[in-house]
Design a protein around this ligand. Sequence first.
Ligand code: SF4
Length: 365
Amino acid sequence: MSDSSQHQTESLARYWTLCDDGRVQCDLCFRHCKLKDGQRGVCFVRQAHNQQLILTTYGRSTGFCVDPIEKKPLSHFYPGSAVLSFGTAGCNLKCKFCQNWDISTANDIELRSVKASPETIARTAAKLKCRSVAFTYNDPIVFIEYAIDVARACHERGIKTVAVTSGEINPEPRREFFGHIDAANVDLKAFTERFYTKLCGGNLKSVLDTLIYLKRETSVWLELTTLLIPGENDTEEEIEAMTKWVVAELGAEVPMHFTAFHPDWKMLDIPPTPPHTLTLAREIALRNGVRYVYTGNVHDPSGAATFCHKCGAVLIGRDWHRVTDWNLTPDSRCRQCGAECAGCFDSTPGDWNGHCQPVRLDDFV
Ligand code: SF4
């Protein structure tokens, strides 16, 4: 039987319990949706069916691109390498500023998705010489069963796995999921519960728990991203508190990315983030001891470069997402002073051109 004819597009989900009243409770995230037969959770893609829970998007993706790893963003995980990026439909958060709202809120999964078995994805990544595969565009937490099967297929071929996630996942599935992940960029969307409640329908506490878990109990390479939204999460006080917490709880070597907001989805009335806000956030983070701080969604060569935390030399220069300068030794040290740079590096940078290239998986079946 061919790989495509074996293809699965629906799967029995894990992490649920059957309630006394016959409803199925999903235990994957903080929402604990209780679902009658046929009903879908807030994320739309986990559905009660015959007193079980199914994942309706198993084996279906909304699209594939080969990206530079810097676009995730990850600046300390095989810089310059290509990553095969994909997502599915649905999300457990409802961020009013979502930049992928067309897929994260997609209800017409059948029309918008292409079939993609874990094996086909891993094989495609290998043929395209991608160092890693990224679960991105929407949160992989809601398609955890599919993501884990893809991760297994990738690891069998020596391909790394990357999760771009909000971190809103309960402790038990968190342990299983991140056991299959090599690097994560977690959104630390703000540092107030008010923001998470008002703009995302989420909660800060479970994100902070996930960050502490990742840092203290796993070997997953971790970077953080904060989209700075004017008037919502961009005060100096909030950035002070956030960056002090990061250094105290996660350590100075966790890179932070401050990225610019552009009006989108339900927040079209908010102006774009001024570049000086990003620069100020970067200065505050550096002053508080974060060693590697980046600005994103703007053209800012010094905010895109990696500097040695000890002597200040440029270790990795970048122009947008393209590596332009490389001053690390083969064992990841500063050529100038010998200080170690935290992260996962090959002895030379990858040679991906910094562009995003859409991929048709049918060409690789
Ligand atoms: S993953 Fe989806 S169905 Fe499960 S609790 Fe979260 S929102 Fe509800």
